[in-house]
Design a binder for this molecule. Structure first.
Ligand SMILES: Cc1cc2nc3c(=O)[nH]c(=O)nc-3n(C[C@H](O)[C@H](O)[C@H](O)COP(=O)(O)OP(=O)(O)OC[C@H]3O[C@@H](n4cnc5c(N)ncnc54)[C@H](O)[C@@H]3O)c2cc1C
Length: 244
């Protein structure tokens, strides 16, 4: 038997700890699958893409690409609408030929990345909605990350939120006089932000899968995604935000 003062459920979107605290949370297929590959930059043309995040949008699908490991790897996520529900998993491999076919006719840079992929290393993740949860704790247990706020990747914030949770929980444990108080402080300071991010992420699915160029132009004409996200999303610092 293992004994401890606090159980932390950081066991991902199929969390058994969350199930024990909140019961079964239903998952509904979104209609989207996410192709995922990483490509070492030496397989790509020199100066292929600036050190920025690139997004390509088109009818019923979109692509996001950015660098990992200080520019050594290019990460590519390609979202496609499909009625074929498959596994919700990091390790579900799918044939490269299907990947290539899903983006036939897309921008030449998208083709360059797909052509440079390791053909045995193409993964497809079936994306599911789950309702948001406001109950993260018991007296001796707390949930963290996808275990309590699984999110769709349309705002690229799932891992960021898990890191923020960890930072705030650490501070709450330092500040409070008891574990019970610390867990309440943690939950109080994290739930609203993560619910907002999850809901915003879900809303982005519609925005990214518009059918025509005119619709895309009209939807983005009065938006300033950068300013909006800087105002509330990227400006949050879990190490300094006041815990109330
Ligand atoms: C296609 C896609 C693209 C994404 N892109 C981004 C992005 O650009 N930016 C971003 O911030 N996030 C992104 N995310 C989300 C991000 O991957 C997740 O939010 C993040 O991995 C959650 O971290 P976690 O530690 O909570 O859970 P996980 O990474 O799922 O880790 C949970 C761990 O618990 C282990 N585990 C589970 N059950 C048990 C058990 N019973 N006993 C012991 N261990 C157990 C698992 O093996 C796993 O290692 C993306 C997700 C997807 C699907």
């Amino acid at each position: 038997m293992v004994q401890g003062e606090l159980l932390l459920g950081a066991d991902g979107l199929k969390s058994v700890i969350c199930q024990q605290i909140n019961g079964n949370i239903p998952a509904t297929y979104t209609g989207d699958a996410a192709w995922r590959i990483t490509v070492p930059v030496e397989r790509l043309p020199e100066n292929f893409m600036e050190q920025v995040m690139m997004v390509w949008m088109g009818p019923g699908r979109h692509v996001v690409a950015y660098y990992l490991r200080a520019g050594a790897l290019l990460n590519f996520v390609g979202l496609v609408e499909t009625e074929e529900v498959s596994e919700e998993s990091w390790t579900a491999r799918f044939p490269w030929e299907r990947f290539k076919a899903d983006f036939a006719g897309w921008h030449v840079d998208v083709q360059t990345i797909i052509d440079a992929a390791d053909q045995e290393g193409c993964y497809r993740w079936s994306l599911h909605y789950r309702p948001t949860i406001r109950n993260w704790i018991t007296r001796r247990a707390a949930l963290l990350g996808d275990a309590v706020h699984p999110t769709l990747p349309y705002l690229a914030q799932g891992a960021c939120m898990a890191i923020e949770d960890g930072a705030v929980l650490t501070r709450a444990l330092d500040q409070a006089d008891s574990i019970v108080d610390a867990l309440q402080l943690y939950q109080r300071n994290r739930v609203d932000r993560t619910v907002r991010i999850v809901n915003q992420s879900t809303a982005n699915r519609t925005l990214f899968h518009l059918r025509t160029v005119d619709e895309i132009r009209a939807s983005f004409a009065n938006r300033d995604e950068g300013a909006d996200r800087n105002a509330w999303l990227y400006s949050y610092n879990p190490l300094t935000v006041e815990l109330v």
